[in-house]
Design a binder for this molecule. Structure first.
Ligand code: GCO
Length: 253
């Protein structure tokens, strides 16, 4: 379907050597996009790139730390030099750190903010400067159920993801008039490495299945359809939204 076709577009997905980022990147590539994969572990990044190339996709890697502003700026300057226009940006890179608030250091708090929220501002700013000049672009920020709801032990993550929701709206306020659509995806509880400790905890696993109307965890590839939609012409008048892909969890008590 041409409405969802991404042929000829280039997508940068931060934190895409595994997990949700990889699933999203794979979905975008299957819809026709060329990929720029990003991560900090160059070995893992190259291995992931090779796997996607073997599947017939066009893949380039850009190893930079999204929390290092100079590295982000340099990466975009390198794209400029190489004639690569980022048409689609997915701000996916993120970390989790589970601790009660009273035990959290300020440095730990800041690290989660830098990785999960400030990175989306910095990478988004560099991408948008170029998208504004071209009068088109798609930015997808990755939120969470915690963009709306708190859970004990994940305060900095919750605050950062709440910030992602409002950053999505703030970017929309300034960039929609330039032909850029900024939206977010709010995944529910997904089967990822980041959630390994939760998945392997029978009590938590039972809580997720009981609390989620779909009665199961989400699979990373289940984000692909929403990502393709938000990256494609099908969403050209959709701006500032956060779409929850959560098996219905946020809709019920
Ligand atoms: C947690 C998880 C979160 C959730 C996600 C659900 O500790 O609660 O690590 O990352 O999986 O936020 O939307």
């Amino acid at each position: 379907m041409t409405l969802f076709d991404l042929t000829g577009r280039t997508a940068l997905v931060t934190g895409s050597s595994r997990g949700l980022g990889l699933a999203i990147a794979t979905g975008l590539a299957e819809a026709g996009a060329s990929l720029v994969l990003n991560g900090v572990d160059t070995g893992r990044l190259e291995a992931t790139a090779e796997t996607l190339r073997a599947a017939g996709h066009s893949v380039r890697t850009a190893a930079f730390d999204v929390t290092d502003e100079a590295a982000v700026t340099a990466a975009f300057e390198a794209f400029d030099r190489d004639g690569i226009a980022i048409d689609i940006l997915v701000n996916n890179a993120g970390i989790q750190l589970r601790k009660p608030i009273v035990e959290l250091s300020t440095a730990e708090w800041q690290k989660v903010m830098d990785t999960n929220l400030t990175s989306a501002f910095v990478v988004g700013r560099e991408a948008a400067k170029r998208m504004i000049a071209r009068k088109s672009g798609k930015i997808i920020n990755i939120g969470s159920l915690t963009s709306e709801l708190a859970r004990a032990t994940v305060a900095p993550y919750t605050v950062a993801k709440g910030g992602i929701k409002m950053l999505t709206r703030a970017m929309t306020a300034e960039w929609a008039e330039h032909g850029i659509q900024v939206n977010a995806i709010g995944p529910g509880y997904m089967l990822t490495d980041m959630n390994e400790a939760l998945i392997n905890n029978p009590q938590f696993d039972g809580w997720v299945k009981g609390r989620t109307p779909a009665r199961r965890w989400g699979k990373p590839e289940e984000l692909a359809g929403t990502a393709v939609y938000l990256a494609s012409a099908a969403s050209n008048y959709v701006s500032g939204q956060i779409i929850y892909v959560d098996g219905g969890m946020i809709s019920v008590l």
